[in-house]
Design a protein around this ligand. Structure first.
Ligand SMILES: Cc1cc2nc3c(=O)[nH]c(=O)nc-3n(C[C@H](O)[C@H](O)[C@H](O)COP(=O)(O)O)c2cc1C
Length: 224
């Protein structure tokens, strides 16, 4: 199974929108594909199936449910956000990453210089959270430094490691601690399609029912 990640997706999004990317991939591979990025309802599911995918994966929409173990501050953000409230930039954690356009990310992007001091704080935080010894921490940082963190191999080295550490700390602040003032929240354009906070069961049931209704209706639209 391949999960195709498109441009609309939260976090490490692709460079191409779903309407082109999904048929481009599904027509070239022989294994089943799902698609991630921008899917929040039955319209998206029906469209994904029409484009050759076997299903969708939801990130932002599933996070904005009663069952997700997240702070209510995040649910409020998802309810209020529009599809234009995200920003994509490689300076956040080293690779193109789509997040909520809040003050914290604007501040980070305004600096543009490498956040060396923040990297020390982030490194110490990671050491504590992952319960690493100093030796283990240095080994982890060194191993990150030598890895390419983007698929094209262009993002690597000390600067990428620093951005990765600082971004990771800021993501934790938002996602784990619910701090959307200081933290950076991974969020997809699908936020613009979120108008309520259902349970996961309600979300899945209505998504499937809506997709089934649309698929039936499409048969009368074509050729009538
Ligand atoms: C709150 C949140 C946290 C996420 N955390 C990560 C992460 O740590 N690493 C990652 O690769 N993707 C992460 N993602 C991205 C999802 O795995 C998924 O690819 C993406 O949400 C799909 O796009 P969508 O949000 O439009 O459905 C996160 C998404 C959300 C909404």
């Amino acid at each position: 199974m391949i999960n195709i990640t498109d441009y609309e997706a939260a976090a490490h999004s692709g460079k191409v929108g779903a309407i082109v990317l999904v048929p481009a991939v599904t027509s070239r591979v022989k294994i089943p594909c799902t698609v991630a990025g921008g899917f929040a309802d039955g319209k998206g599911l029906a469209a994904a199936l029409a484009m050759g995918a076997e299903g969708v994966t939801m990130g932002t929409r599933l996070a904005a449910t009663k069952d997700a173990e997240v702070a209510d501050t995040l649910r409020e953000v998802w309810l209020k956000a529009t599809e234009e409230d995200t920003i994509v930039d490689p300076a956040i954690d080293g690779i193109d990453c789509r997040v909520l356009k809040n003050e914290a990310v604007k501040k980070l992007l305004k600096k543009r210089t490498l956040p060396f001091l923040d990297a020390i704080t982030a490194g110490l935080y990671m050491k504590k959270e992952l319960n690493l010894s100093w030796g283990e921490m240095i080994r982890q940082a060194n191993s990150l430094r030598t890895q390419a963190i983007s698929l094209d191999g262009t993002r690597r080295g000390l600067s990428s490691t620093i951005r990765f550490a600082v971004g990771g700390r800021l993501f934790g602040k938002a996602t784990v601690e619910g701090d959307i003032k200081e933290g950076i929240l991974m969020m997809g354009q699908a936020a613009g399609l979120i108008h309520d906070i259902p349970t996961v069961a309600e979300l899945l049931e209505r998504t499937i029912a809506e997709a089934e209704g649309i698929i039936k209706k499409m048969q009368t639209k074509i050729g009538s």
